[in-house]
Design a protein around this ligand. Structure first.
Ligand code: SF4
Length: 479
């Protein structure tokens, strides 16, 4: 069914970009479209994955954020060195809620900040010697760490340090894998290249190099790839897969060990939640080990049922039947959540702006509650993400790529959403505009939102934001 929303998005785009200087106007126009779900016309061709214009206040991060912050950081039994000056490691210190179990400082290190804290001397004379010394100290102070990764910050690549040779030397000397990651922030144009670099470093420095253990294999072995366990969501996803009769041999990278990384070539099927950040390694595993992979979506009951059935079909009748039984068991709970919250949220308009997956993946969960996503967009998506996005949204919804804050604020002013879902840098602006807001990176310190455990939390949180009495105390512009 083709869903259409009543808004003249084309006109709105023209109006907002009118205020830009000519060159910026021409450029930004290519990053803004009104949606055509069937994607038959050229308006679908949004421009993406290109450099941000200087000085427009992009929300994007850098390759270091994509590698250390997103992909490597959650591997819990390794120490990840923020290699360079003190800033990057400090600001990314446990700011992403990739939950894990373990004893922090003893056998898990996710909530710690380890840095080589570059001084002027290190820039002038190079930091390789310091890095070696740091690796030795780490081995001594944290003897249970299973490995070390070196996450490069900007200066390391500029001064020509040879971290690869340090990594080789230290791997031999210390007897644990030391992995160099060339994720300096100036590489690429956003977090996205950091994902790619991190995927490649797993390929080159872990697979086939680090010995892992998986005692036995079963025909039902699967691997969760690209779930960061924000607020525990990989756990709530894993639970569903296990109830379906599958065996999850690794969840990568949320709450993941180095050993789990080594199991990447062992499952019968790879289940990809975040396509953007992990499709590189998934393709590599398919091409080199013949392991199939598929995307799935565990946001909201409609998508969960659909994904469970799609996954079950890859196995035998036993799994298909068991999957139906699991759906039957959870459906009354999901229906009761919808019954409770849908009347409170029906018809509410949502505007989203997140990273590389959620701007399309979470749309179904809002629709389960009767809400309509009138605008969405990504910080660092590529063309293949947008192609997956068009069919998920109603005709005429607004889609933006890497929008500066000026655009977002003015779109919000014009579209008058009942809820904005975005990041911490946006949150307080919308609060002050009197628009209910939920953080859709950190789940506003709530969650999980994935799976059957997640949907009731998601519904409660959206209701709590949209229908909060405090909004009545703020004079909302134009309302
Ligand atoms: S751009 Fe460079 S200096 Fe800035 S956070 Fe990223 S790695 Fe650090």
């Amino acid at each position: 069914m083709l869903r259409v929303i009543e808004q003249d998005t084309e006109k709105l785009i023209e109006k907002i970009i009118e205020n830009y200087p000519e060159k910026t106007k021409k450029e930004r126009k290519k990053h803004l479209i009104y949606n055509d779900p069937e994607c038959t016309s050229s308006i679908c061709q949004i421009k993406s994955n290109v450099k941000s214009r200087p000085g427009v206040m992009t929300s994007r991060g850098c390759a270091y954020a994509g590698s250390k912050g997103v992909v490597w950081g959650p591997i819990k039994d390794m120490i990840h060195i923020s290699h360079g000056p003190v800033g990057c490691g400090q600001y990314s210190w446990w700011s992403r809620r990739n939950y894990y179990t373990g004893k922090t400082g003893i056998n898990a290190f996710g909530a710690m900040h380890i840095t080589s804290d570059f001084q002027e001397n290190d820039i002038v004379f190079g930091g390789d010697k310091k890095l070696e010394q740091l690796c030795r100290e780490i081995r001594e102070i944290f003897p249970l760490a299973k490995g070390i990764s070196i996450q490069c910050e900007c200066p390391v690549g500029l001064i020509g340090d040879d971290i690869e040779s340090v990594a080789r030397k230290m791997t031999k000397e210390l007897g644990i894998p030391v992995i160099p990651v060339r994720c300096e922030g100036f590489r690429g144009i956003s977090q996205s290249l950091g994902h790619h670099i991190a995927n490649d470093s797993i390929r080159d420095w872990v697979l086939g190099k680090v010995k892992g253990i998986l005692e036995k294999e079963t025909p039902y072995d699967v691997l969760i790839l690209g779930d960061y366990n924000i607020g525990g969501e990989a756990w709530s996803s894993r639970k569903i897969l296990e109830e379906m009769g599958l065996r999850v041999i690794a969840q990568i990278p949320g709450d993941c060990t180095l050993n789990e990384l080594t199991n990447m070539p062992r499952p019968k099927l790879i289940l990809v939640h975040c396509y953007r950040s992990t499709n590189y390694i998934a393709r590599y595993l398919e091409e080199n080990f013949g392991i199939p992979w598929m995307e799935y979506n565990f946001f909201g009951p409609t998508k969960i049922y659909e994904s469970m059935r799609k996954i079950a079909k890859r196995f035998d009748d036993k799994i298909v039947e068991q999957t139906e039984r699991v759906i039957e068991r959870y459906k009354p709970l999901m229906d009761s959540v919808i019954e409770q919250y849908r009347p409170r949220l029906e018809g509410k308009r949502v505007m989203l702006y997140v990273g590389g997956l959620r701007p399309r993946h979470i749309v179904g969960a809002y629709e389960d509650l009767g809400m309509v996503v009138v605008a969405t967009g990504y910080e660092f998506a590529h063309r293949d993400d947008y192609e997956r996005t068009y069919p998920e949204l109603p005709k005429n919804s607004l889609i933006y790529d890497d929008p500066p804050h000026y655009e977002l604020e003015n779109f919000a002013d014009a579209l008058k959403p009942d809820l904005v879902g975005s990041g911490i840098k946006e949150k307080y602006v919308y609060h002050k505009m009197g628009i209910p807001f939920r953080q859709m990176h950190s789940w506003d310190y709530s969650g999980p939102y994935h799976g059957f455990d997640g949907f009731p939390v998601f519904a409660r949180d959206m209701d709590m934001a949209v229908n909060n009495p405090s909004w009545k105390l703020i004079r909302r512009k134009g309302r």
